[in-house]
Design a protein around this ligand. Structure first.
Ligand code: SF4
Length: 268
């Protein structure tokens, strides 16, 4: 059974796989690049997710990467990557607060598809981080906690890359409804590729069931969206918003990875 990779990301090292190639130069959002991305995005509106991934691979590999939290969408993209571009470097933002079921899914994906998702950790362990802040920051300042344990790690992971893929769907939330298939991510200075932007929740689950794609068992226990365990709860039958169980009661709806506004620790 594959073992979990464990990375102190500030050191940019992995324990079981080579670090992906580092681009000699970051992409700049020139008018020419923006026009190219807009044209590609318009052209790919009616393409299948596999065709979108293939385009991104042809255009940006080996500087194409993917971040996954092992949600249903991420698992579906991993199943597509296995067919289209299995060498793509995929990572998880391993906050230290993920459910064990999520961590186990990493190994199930590796077994089925041979894709070993790298687990990228923040500089400070959970005990170190909580000691620094006098307790769990997710209770008092979840925006800062997400910034420190997700956004900063993703920013480091973005270094030397040109494009990243995410599993967002337009029908997930108002924030995500504006997502382009191919766009420029100002927050991370990367091209952002959203192969499932036009997929519905039903499309995702149809694919999972048709192809026996591994998924998080928590989805069968009332958790439509799974994040860190302190900030995720099961939803009730009457709750139709699939992200209602995330940061419940706080007014926060996103960790900041997929929202537009720029911030250094607040408001994300
Ligand atoms: S989801 Fe919660 S525990 Fe996870 S990084 Fe954000 S605030 Fe911290």
């Amino acid at each position: 059974m594959p073992t979990m990779t464990s990375v102190k990301h500030d050191q940019l090292q992995t324990s079981t796989k080579a670090w992906p190639p580092h681009a000699p130069q970051q992409l700049e959002p020139t008018p020419e690049l923006m026009a190219e991305l807009a044209a590609a995005s318009a052209r790919l509106e009616s393409a299948s997710p596999e065709e979108i991934i293939s385009w991104a691979h042809d255009r940006f590999a080996p500087y194409l990467t993917m971040a996954t939290a092992f949600g249903p969408e991420g698992c579906v993209i991993l199943s597509m990557l296995a067919k289209v571009a299995p060498e793509t470097y995929v990572f998880n933002l391993d906050t230290g607060y993920q459910f064990q079921q999520t961590l186990d899914l990493r190994d199930r994906i590796a077994e089925k598809y041979g894709i070993e998702v790298d687990m990228l950790q923040p500089e400070l362990s959970v005990p170190e981080y909580e000691a620094l802040h006098g307790g769990p920051l997710y209770k008092t300042n979840p925006n800062q906690c997400c910034f420190d344990r997700k956004i900063k790690v993703l920013r480091q992971a973005a270094q030397g890359k040109h494009a990243w893929m995410s599993g967002i769907r337009r029908d997930q939330s108002a924030d995500r409804a504006q997502a382009a298939i191919i766009g420029w991510d100002k927050k991370f200075n990367l091209v952002k590729v959203s192969p499932l932007a036009n997929f519905t929740k039903k499309d995702v689950w149809n694919r999972i069931l048709a192809e026996d794609v591994p998924y998080n068992p928590l989805h069968d226990q009332g958790y439509p969206s799974v994040g860190c365990w302190p900030c995720t709860r099961a939803v009730t039958d009457g709750e139709t918003d699939e992200r209602a169980g995330r940061w419940s009661g706080t007014g926060k709806t996103e960790c900041g990875l997929h929202t537009i506004q720029e911030s250094e620790g607040s408001g994300i």
